[in-house]
Design a protein around this ligand. Structure first.
Ligand code: ADP
Length: 926
């Protein structure tokens, strides 16, 4: 008898002697499973080892060796079918004693599909990590709570931690600068709220070691519709470019300034010279941020020095009157240095040795000082001085060189006869200073667009000789990549309208390759009219390449997110099938005679299985939401009934906790036309939470209309429980968030309920709100609007079991042993007098389809022939036959496919006695 049962099982079961492992029994399903017959194994036990994939052989052999210690084990390994194909199998092994002899008892089953999904999912994650680790910049995916979901090694390195430690945490955990983190997360929120890309072109961020970096950050929503609310970010380090750009800008200003001053001197009439000198002092003083700039004339005959010109910064007192006849001998030291054509440079006056110079400088409040000789024709005419009063200023060599150039320019002014000729030579001297710059500076006059200036470094940047660059009035347009020309025209337009513009474009180098250029342009106006446009060009090719990598990574991240959703969906499918059996058997056991202890244990089993069912359901819902496959099925329903029904589901827990449940439902609310199952899911979740977190007081459910056309109803679930602190109020609507996240926490749950509630309401164009105070209670509320009102309710009518005492012929196809048992049992309760024809796959069901069959129950995923195919074939010969599909997949695609194949209805596993009875009653002609 036992053997007959075993012979019919789909899994392969065997019994072999231990330790020699000679087979005494192996079930016939081995033929379908592996292509070998039981005889093959009886004759030669080593077949078992031969079929194991060599890669897994050691692992299986060592597991067998450890069996005496463990007594039982579960293994997963690869085998080769007799026809040469490979597949993954699972095996449960156990050492048993039968009549004093040791045996090994095994059950093997097919796990090919699950394994493939698992491997694919892992492969994709590993692949994704590899891709993003190749990006040298900071690449991350953060959730709405700022937690890192994905990050590359660069981010971990930035925070001096490991990737494992980073994931799940926020910047707050690593970055002491809270203000900066707030700013980062505000950017994330902006992306999540607008669903649009956000680019922060230049942003200064601080490394944990305190150093500052310039970054360009791009943030994008990864999935914008129903998908994950995540932000994908790439922060590129543009410090080098920025510094070059800053330096270039400064150089550009200086070049403008010097050329401008030179032109002013060239064009000046002799009587205009004093004004021009004053103007020049002001400009150069402002540029180097000095507080005072002055010219001292050395009158050797009178043995005095005289301050002839002075410019003072705002709020700095003039000193010119004090220095009209200062004894030369008191500053002999400076005069000597100046005669040697050298400057006097005191970066910090306070550090000078005590003496008359230090005393006089300190009396004037000077902290740093530079004086440079003015030497026309080898004669020291005097000096130009720069005082820094408000702060210490240490000039760079570069700056000193510029000031020297300026002093020599002044010297030419004093040697007035040669002014015009000398000034024209300045361009070369400016070039010499600017030669080292990696970018290029240019200026064109407007509107003629003649090149006025191109820094010599342009040759290197564009890979073209200066003759080609400077001789071309439209250089940037001619060599601009055709696709970027429009962008450049727009930037040009903008600089004319707004005075400033910038653009990133590709430029054709002399060697035929393209480089990315960042150009910044500025318009110079004279008498309200634009006379010149000048700008800076910097090579940003590397930065652009990093951005292109981001694009790749983005696609991979989306891919991985889909793989994850798929994995979750598959996993919850795998969990649902055994749950059907647990719940089904429990219901069956409940109706048998049990003692007190057994009843109690069964209660626990049912409660736990239901809790597990809810979690699996939630995971599946989340996976569906993330995959954008979560659909609503609106129909008309009565609000009053829905709330009462929902409340009755938690009444038991409410009574147990001795709290009150108050329903305040406005009378005669018209029927709503929405998805009642999903709305009930929201209410049930809020109510379950309310009960869970309330120990005394009451829970109040309110429902009232706020508007009749369109019909809007306000729902509220209020409790007097532990409440939620303000810090957590926004957070708890996110996935896996709980106020108490510790492992020792008091309340169960996984933190998905509110996420699903808020997603469901989101799909109903509504939003959930929360008002709560710690230890005073929480109120969750929302308003839903229905496009139609007063529609007739399509509710389920109460079902009596048994549904009918008549004799019907019910054919079912189901391959899972435990589900077969449950189905048989349920059918006997629903239609006690019927004839039940049990088959295990679509082919068998077709073979048993006679004209007197009244109803078919068809599992969808089955070996040999699946349920969709069988249903479609049946439909041809029996157009009116009710076929009810049963599936654990619950994805809308499988269900839709079932309807397409001709099924009348679809039941999702795990189904209850009542739901099966309801469907049968609906379709059986009673
Ligand atoms: P779960 O209840 O499964 O943990 P939820 O998403 O439904 O997940 O709730 C998330 C968290 O929000 C809970 O763990 C709890 O910390 C808090 N919470 C929800 N509802 C209430 C409530 N009525 N009173 C107090 N805390 C609540």
């Amino acid at each position: 008898m036992h053997k007959t049962v075993l012979d019919t099982m789909e899994e392969t079961i065997w019994l072999a002697k231990w330790p020699d492992q000679t087979f005494v029994y192996i079930s016939p399903s081995i033929v379908e499973f592996l292509g070998y017959t039981p005889d093959d194994f009886y004759k030669n036990s080593s077949v078992f080892h031969e079929i194991i994939d060599p890669r897994d052989l050691d692992f299986v052999v060592s597991a067998l060796r450890n069996l005496p210690e463990l007594k039982k084990t579960v293994l997963e390994f690869r085998i080769t079918h007799k026809n040469g194909t490979r597949k993954w199998v699972g095996a449960r092994l156990k050492l048993v004693e039968i009549d004093g002899e040791s045996y090994i008892n095994g059950i093997a089953y097919d796990i090919q599909n699950r394994k493939i999904t698992e491997i694919e999912s892992n492969k994709h994650s590993a692949f994704l990590q590899k891709v993003i680790d190749t990006v040298p910049d900071l690449l991350f995916v953060r959730d709405a709570g700022g937690r890192f979901v994905i990050a590359n090694k660069a981010v971990a390195k930035w925070y001096n931690t490991s990737l494992d430690n980073l994931i799940g945490k926020t910047d707050y955990d690593f970055n002491p600068n809270k203000k900066e983190v707030n700013h980062f997360l505000a950017g994330d929120r902006r992306v999540l709220e607008t669903g649009k890309e956000y680019i922060i072109n230049e942003e200064k961020i601080t490394h944990p070691d305190g150093s500052a970096y310039w970054t360009k950050t791009r943030k994008r929503p990864i999935c914008n519709d129903h998908g994950l609310r995540l932000v994908l970010g790439l922060a590129t380090n543009v410090t080098e470019t920025k510094n070059i750009q800053l330096k270039l800008e400064r150089q550009n200003q200086l070049k403008e300034l010097l050329l401008h001053l030179a032109t002013r001197f060239i064009n000046a009439q002799p009587d205009q010279i004093p004004d021009r000198i004053n103007e020049a002092l002001a400009k150069i003083g402002t540029y180097i941020q000095a507080d005072r700039v002055y010219i001292l004339e050395y009158l050797y005959d009178e043995e005095i020095t005289k301050n002839t010109y002075e410019w003072c910064n705002e709020n700095i007192s003039p000193q010119i009157h004090l220095l009209q006849a200062f004894p030369l001998k008191d500053m002999q030291e400076w005069v000597d240095i100046h005669w040697q054509n050298q400057e006097v440079h005191y970066p910090n006056v306070a550090e000078l040795p005590d003496g008359p110079i230090k005393a006089i400088l300190q009396k004037q409040g000077i902290q740093s000082l530079i004086t440079i000789p003015i030497i026309p024709n080898q004669y020291c005419y005097g000096s130009i001085g720069f005082d820094f009063v408000r702060h210490i200023h240490d000039s760079s060599n570069e700056e000193l060189e510029i000031l020297r150039l300026f002093a020599s320019m002044l010297a030419k002014v004093y040697d007035s006869e040669n002014v015009q000729k000398e000034m024209s030579g300045y361009r070369e001297r400016i070039d010499a200073i600017l030669n080292e710059m990696p970018g290029s500076i240019w200026s064109v006059n407007w509107p003629e667009k003649d090149t006025l200036y191109f820094s010599p470094s342009a040759e290197k940047l564009y890979g073209r000789p200066m003759s080609e660059i400077a001789g071309n009035s439209d250089v940037s347009f001619e060599f601009t990549h055709p696709e970027d020309k429009e962008k450049m025209e727009y930037a040009m337009q903008e600089v004319l309208e707004k005075g400033f513009s910038q653009a990133e474009y590709r430029m054709l180098k002399g060697d035929g390759s393209y480089i990315w250029i960042n150009t910044k342009m500025q318009a110079v106006k004279e008498n309200g009219k634009i006379v010149r446009v000048h700008g800076t060009d910097v090579d940003i090719t590397q930065q652009k390449e990093a951005e292109a990598l981001l694009q790749q990574a983005k696609s991979s991240a989306e891919f991985a997110s889909r793989a994850k959703s798929q994995f979750l969906a598959n996993m919850s499918h795998e969990l649902r099938t055994p749950l059907t059996s647990i719940l089904g058997f429990s219901e069956t056991l409940e109706s048998t005679t049990l003692d007190k202890d057994q009843t109690k244990m069964l209660d626990y089993i049912i409660v736990s299985a239901n809790a597990l069912k809810e979690i699996v359901g939630n995971i599946l819902d989340i996976a569906k939401i993330e995959a954008g496959k979560f659909d609503l099925y609106p129909k008309s329903f009565n609000v009053h009934k829905l709330i009462k029904q929902t409340a009755s589901m938690i009444q038991y827990q409410v009574d147990k906790k001795r709290i009150n449940l108050v329903l305040k439902i406005e009378k005669n609310i018209p029927n709503l036309f929405l998805d009642p199952i999903r709305l009930q899911q929201v209410l049930l979740n809020l109510l379950s939470n309310a009960v869970k977190f309330t120990d005394k007081g009451s829970i109040t459910v309110t429902a009232k209309t706020t508007c009749r056309d369109p019909l809007c109803v306000y729902f509220e679930v209020a409790d007097t429980g532990i409440g939620i602190s303000e810090d957590y109020q926004e957070l708890i609507f996110q996935q896996f968030q709980q106020v108490d996240g510790s492992s020792t926490r008091k309340y169960g749950g996984v933190g998905l309920g509110l996420t699903i509630c808020s997603e469901i309401l989101n799909m109903m164009d509504s939003k959930i709100f929360l008002q709560s105070k710690e230890n005073a209670g929480s109120t969750f509320y929302f308003t839903v609007c229905s496009p139609e009102s007063n529609t007739k309710e399509e509710g389920a009518t109460k079902i009596n079991i048994p549904v009918s005492e008549n004799v019907y012929n019910i054919l079912f196809a189901e391959d899972d042993m435990t589900n077969i048992f449950v189905l048989n049992h349920f059918l006997k309760k629903i239609l006690p007098n019927s004839r039940i024809i049990e088959t295990n796959n679509g082919r068998q069901a077709l073979n048993n389809l006679s004209d007197d069959i009244d109803l078919v129950i068809m599992d969808l995923n089955m070996p040999v022939m699946d349920g969709w195919t069988a249903a479609a074939i049946m439909r041809v010969s029996r157009p009116d036959l009710p076929i009810i599909a049963v599936t654990a997949a619950a994805d809308d695609e499988s269900v839709q496919k079932a309807y397409d194949a001709g099924c009348f209805d679809c039941l999702t596993k795990p189904y209850s006695l009542v739901s099966l009875a309801t469907v049968i009653k609906k379709w059986l002609v009673l």
